[in-house]
Design a protein around this ligand. Structure first.
Ligand code: RET
Length: 256
């Protein structure tokens, strides 16, 4: 059990609620925007809608789990049956992180074989990154920190590999893209690294032996939620913007 002060408890409660509605609003927005881009870019928008829909569902579960685990300002973080369930987050990431990478590849509309080769490397690496992070995330007890460090390092290996593929491998195919497109993709990658980089930082915030302190719990939950909103909603809106720019450049007329 940890005992939050009323401000901390309200902050966590409200940020989960904000995360939930952000995901739902983005899902609707990207869905109704389908007709504003050329058909070849619609897959990227479908991926974005799926990502925020899946995340919206999990924020609903996370929100309820927090409410359920609370008795007044006391929150059960023991990992037992009625405790706050951190697994929803990792199940969410296991599904949404590979989809986000497919979303990036889809909006680029590269040659089929290039897309396939990127996806077959990025998807397994991202699943490994999340799966390896989980044992570290849930570790508690007197030696928890060793487990957290071990799995944090293991999870960082596929993370670095993903960055390598996005920056080095993808960079090669960018040379063959028109000037404006290459610049936009460059900005998309920067947004990705800036937002994905928040996750390992939040993970480190939560490290330590025995049960997390109140400040650690709040820091980790707020950090992950803000990162999710940036990496899924803001990212999805950027994908939409790129798809619209490319559609316009390829001769699509706006009908309003
Ligand atoms: C929508 C959710 C996203 C984009 C989640 C991304 C998650 C990561 C980039 C997590 C990375 C981690 C490490 C690199 C090491 C420590 C453990 C993780 C799983 C937090």
């Amino acid at each position: 059990m940890i005992t939050l002060n009323p401000n901390q408890w309200n902050l966590v409660y409200n940020i989960f609620s904000f995360g939930l509605i952000s995901m739902l609003a983005c899902t609707v927005y990207t869905l109704v925007s389908q007709s504003r881009v050329l058909p070849k870019y619609r897959t990227a928008l479908v991926m974005s809608s799926m990502v925020t829909f899946i995340a919206g569902y999990h924020y609903w579960r996370i929100f309820n789990s927090f409410d359920h685990a609370s008795t007044g300002m006391k929150v059960d973080v023991s990992g037992n049956q009625d405790a706050f369930n951190e697994a929803y987050r990792y199940v969410d990431w296991l599904l949404t992180v590979p989809l986000l990478l497919v979303e990036v590849v889809a909006v680029l509309a590269l040659a089929k074989e290039v897309s396939r080769s990127l996806i077959t490397r990025l998807v397994p690496a991202s699943a490994a990154m999340i799966a390896l992070g989980y044992p570290g995330e849930i570790a508690t007890g007197p030696d928890a920190q060793n487990t957290q460090i071990l799995f944090g390092v293991l999870s960082t290996l596929p993370f670095l590999y993903i960055l390598y593929v996005l920056f080095v491998e993808l960079g090669k195919s960018l040379d063959r893209q028109p000037e404006g497109v290459a610049a936009t993709i460059g900005r998309l990658r920067l947004l990705l690294i800036a937002t994905w980089g928040v996750y390992p930082v939040s993970y480190i915030l939560g490290m330590g032996n025995d049960v997390a302190t109140e400040n650690q719990f709040v820091g980790v939950q707020v950090g992950y939620t803000i990162a999710d909103i940036l990496a899924k909603c803001v990212f999805g809106l950027t994908i939409l913007k790129i798809a619209r720019m490319k559609s316009a450049a390829e001769g699509m007329k706006e009908d309003h």
